[in-house]
Every structure is written in C-alpha cells, then in structure tokens.
Design a binder for this molecule. Structure first.
Ligand code: ZN
Length: 241
C-alpha cells in the first residue's frame, strides 16, 4: 500500500454537518494530527435538522451538535473547527458557498483538502440515497479547489484582505463505497480514536454498538483491499501545477 506523509502539512477538512468529517475520515484525521499535521475543520451547517425528537428545537440541536463536534475534534487532534451559517438540508453548491470555501483555502493554504465525494449519489446495494448536503459540499469544495482558489481572477477582492491564490495539490474524497476508492490509508493505529470521537456525537449515534460494528466492518473491508487491519478509503486526486 502506498503511504502518505502528513508531517509538517496542513489539512483542511470540509463537511456539510457535524460528524461528516469524523465518519468519513476521522481515523485519517487522527493519523495526520498524530504525525504533527495542522488539521482545520470547516463545516457548512450545524446539522440543525438531524433529530426525530418532537421536543427538540433547531436552536438547541444546533448548539448541541457544535459542542459534540468540538469535543470529537479534540479527541482527534483537530486544531480548529469553523462553522458556516447554512441550514441543514438546504445546502446548494452556489457561488456564495464556493467563495466561502475559497476564503478558507486562501487563508489556510492547505497541502491537503479532504471532503465528501460529490459523485456518490446513491448506493443501489443498500437502497441508500446520499444526502443532498453531502453532494453539495463535495461539489462546492472541488470547485473551490479547482479552479477558483488558484485563479487570480476569481474573487479579486480577496487580495485586499491579504488572501492570495492558492493551489491545492492533493484532494482526498470520502464516500461510503470503498470499492470506488483508488487510495487507502492504513488507520489500524487510530481506528479506536475514531470510534471514541464518533461516540461523542451523542445526538446522532443512538445505538453506539451498532454504529461501532458498522464502522469496524467497513474499515475491515477497506483494510482487506489495503492489506492491513483497518483502513479508510478515498478517491485521491493529485492535481497538476
Ligand atoms: Zn451528514
């Protein structure tokens, strides 16, 4: 298996909801942070619709989920967590969202960007539709990386804020479909940290034993493809200069 070296690197991880980054790439995040990478989370919504409890309000859930994400990020070694102000379930990959992501890319100048694979629409084997917010954040992030953040003529006003073009050269896209992947990260050493982080998303995980089993099974499937015990799978795009 091809290795990946996060030492001295900066990683921007972009998701739609609190918990997306942790479910999709949490063990790789912990591995990168453990190697000394500076990991920054950018999350588009506070996941304020992620509850079927009739007594829950969007405001309360939003506050809970931000706190849960902060706690989980701490466990994984994430340096900073930032939220945008979008509403759960209503995310679209429009130019406003793309510009906000471009600003983060230009400010933090990441070596790696992780996000959700926007080409993952549905999974016929499991009768599953991928949430529209997941597709939207993936598409907006890809467009932000290429061509918007690197292009001098895109959002020229940013220069006044000291935000200059930046080329993201390495993109890791996660989905729930390990067979689509072309890159696997050996996360045998950080998989348990991921489970701990996921358990902190209390408003979402419900039956943690079931979640843990599902994640363990999935990491083992990826691990078999990667010839290690546990792996996380990605589509890796290494963009040319
Ligand atoms: Zn989500």
């Amino acid at each position: 298996m091809e290795g990946i070296d996060f030492r001295g690197k900066r990683v921007l991880v972009v998701g739609a909801h609190p918990d997306d980054n942790d479910f999709g790439a949490g063990a790789t995040v912990a591995k990168a942070a453990g190697q000394g990478a500076e990991v920054i989370y950018l999350i588009a919504t506070a996941g304020q619709r992620g509850s079927s409890d009739e007594n829950m309000t969007a405001e309360r859930l939003s506050a809970m989920r931000r706190k849960e994400q902060g706690d989980a990020a701490n466990v994984l070694g994430v340096r900073e967590v930032h939220f945008l102000d979008y509403v759960d379930g209503e995310l679209v990959p429009d130019i406003r969202l793309k510009e906000q992501i471009v600003k983060f890319i230009r400010r933090y100048r990441p070596d790696f960007v992780f996000t959700m694979d926007p080409s993952f629409f549905y999974y016929k084997n499991y009768g599953m539709v991928n949430h529209s917010d997941h597709r939207a954040i993936g598409e907006a992030t890809l467009d932000a990386c290429y061509p918007l953040a690197r292009d001098l003529m895109s959002f020229p006003d940013h220069a006044r804020e000291g935000l200059n073009p930046h080329k993201v050269k390495d993109l890791l896209l996660h989905s729930f479909v390990p067979e689509n992947a072309n890159f696997y990260v050996d996360v045998t050493d950080t998989f348990e940290t991921k489970i701990k982080a996921l358990s902190l998303h209390k408003s979402q995980v419900g039956d943690m034993q079931r979640v843990e089993k599902r994640m363990r099974d999935r990491a083992e499937v990826s691990g078999r493809l990667a010839r290690c015990r546990y792996a996380e799978s990605f589509v890796r795009l290494q963009l040319p200069d």
